[in-house]
Design a protein around this ligand. Structure first.
Ligand SMILES: [Cu+2]
Length: 268
C-alpha cells in the first residue's frame, strides 16, 4: 500500500468518525438549558442571578445561579443558599440541596429546591445566599422569590404528628402513553431541616373517573426507592383527561393517611 492510499483510507476513517460524532451530538436528547430569569440581586458589585425552566412553584424546582462581576461570570470558592418562608408567627425552610456546578452548563451553579408552600397572604419566600470570591471576599445577600401554587406536592403525617411531603417529580406534563413516574419524599425534622426519606414505600393507584359511577386505572410500574428521596417507576396513561393518583406512604410499617394528586393528562 503506498502512502497516498494509506492517507486516503485514514481520511475516510476520520470522515466516518466525524460523521458518527456529529450525528450523535445532533441527537434530540442533546441537552440544552432553556431558562427564564427569576430574580437578581447586586451586592458589593457582584450580581447574583437566579434562573429556572419555569416560574417557581410548590413542588420540585431546579434553580440555576450565576454570579457576575460587571460582565464577567465569576466562579466563587463556595456558594451556599438558605430558602426561608417568613410567616406571621414563625418562619421555616423547605427541602433543598446546595448548589453545585451545573452538569450541562458550567457557567451555572444549580440545585433542586422543593417548595412546600406558595407565596401569598400566609407568608413570603426569601433565598439567603453567601459566597466567598477567589480573592477571599465574603459576600452575602437575600433574594425575594415568588412561589406559585401547583398540584405537585402533598403532605401527610404519622400518628406522632411527624410531617411527610410527597412531591410529584415526573412527569411534569403528563401525556397519554408512557411516562416516567417519579416521586420525591421528605420529612420535617425541624422547621429548618427537611431531609430526604429513602426507606419508605409508596403505594400508588392511578384512576380516571368516567362518570356515572364508572372509572378505570391504567398500567403502571410502582415507584421504588433509588436514593436521595427519589422513587422511580413508570405509567402508561390509556386516556387523556382528568386523572387522580392516590399515594399512600408506608414508613416503618405504618401506612400514613393517603394523599390524592389530581391533574390533567394531555393527548400526545
Ligand atoms: Cu409557610
Amino acid at each position: 500500500m503506498n502512502i497516498q492510499t494509506m492517507l486516503g483510507r485514514l481520511m475516510a476513517v476520520a470522515a466516518l468518525l466525524v460523521f458518527a460524532i456529529s450525528c450523535d451530538s445532533s441527537d434530540n436528547n442533546n441537552p440544552e438549558l432553556d431558562l427564564i430569569p427569576i430574580n437578581s440581586v447586586t451586592v458589593d458589585g457582584y450580581t447574583v442571578s437566579l434562573e429556572a425552566t419555569n416560574e417557581l412553584e410548590i413542588g420540585a424546582n431546579q434553580l440555576f445561579w450565576k454570579i457576575k462581576q460587571g460582565d464577567d461570570t465569576i466562579t466563587p470558592q463556595n456558594f451556599i443558599i438558605s430558602p426561608i418562608m417568613d410567616m406571621a408567627t414563625m418562619s421555616h425552610s423547605t427541602p433543598f440541596d446546595q448548589p453545585e456546578t451545573d452538569a450541562i452548563d458550567d457557567s451555572y451553579l444549580s440545585n433542586l429546591a422543593v417548595f412546600i408552600m406558595p407565596s401569598g397572604d400566609m407568608g413570603s419566600w426569601t433565598i439567603n445566599f453567601e459566597f466567598t470570591t477567589q480573592s477571599g471576599s465574603d459576600i452575602s445577600g437575600e433574594m425575594p422569590v415568588n412561589v406559585n401554587s401547583s398540584w405537585k406536592i402533598m403532605n401527610t403525617e404519622d400518628s406522632n404528628g411527624k410531617k411527610y411531603f410527597v412531591t410529584w417529580f415526573e412527569p411534569q406534563r403528563p401525556m397519554s402513553g408512557n411516562n416516567d413516574l417519579t416521586f420525591l419524599v421528605h420529612t420535617r425534622e425541624t422547621m429548618m431541616n427537611f431531609p430526604a426519606v429513602s426507606d419508605a414505600e409508596l403505594i400508588v393507584y392511578p384512576y380516571m373517573d368516567m362518570g356515572g359511577g364508572t372509572g378505570h386505572s391504567t398500567p403502571f410500574t410502582p415507584p421504588v426507592a433509588t436514593g436521595n428521596g427519589f422513587y422511580e417507576g413508570d405509567i402508561n396513561y390509556s386516556m387523556s383527561g382528568l386523572w387522580t393518583t392516590t399515594v399512600e406512604l408506608v414508613v416503618e410499617n405504618d401506612t400514613l393517611p393517603e394523599m390524592v394528586f389530581e391533574y390533567s393528562v394531555i393527548a400526545k
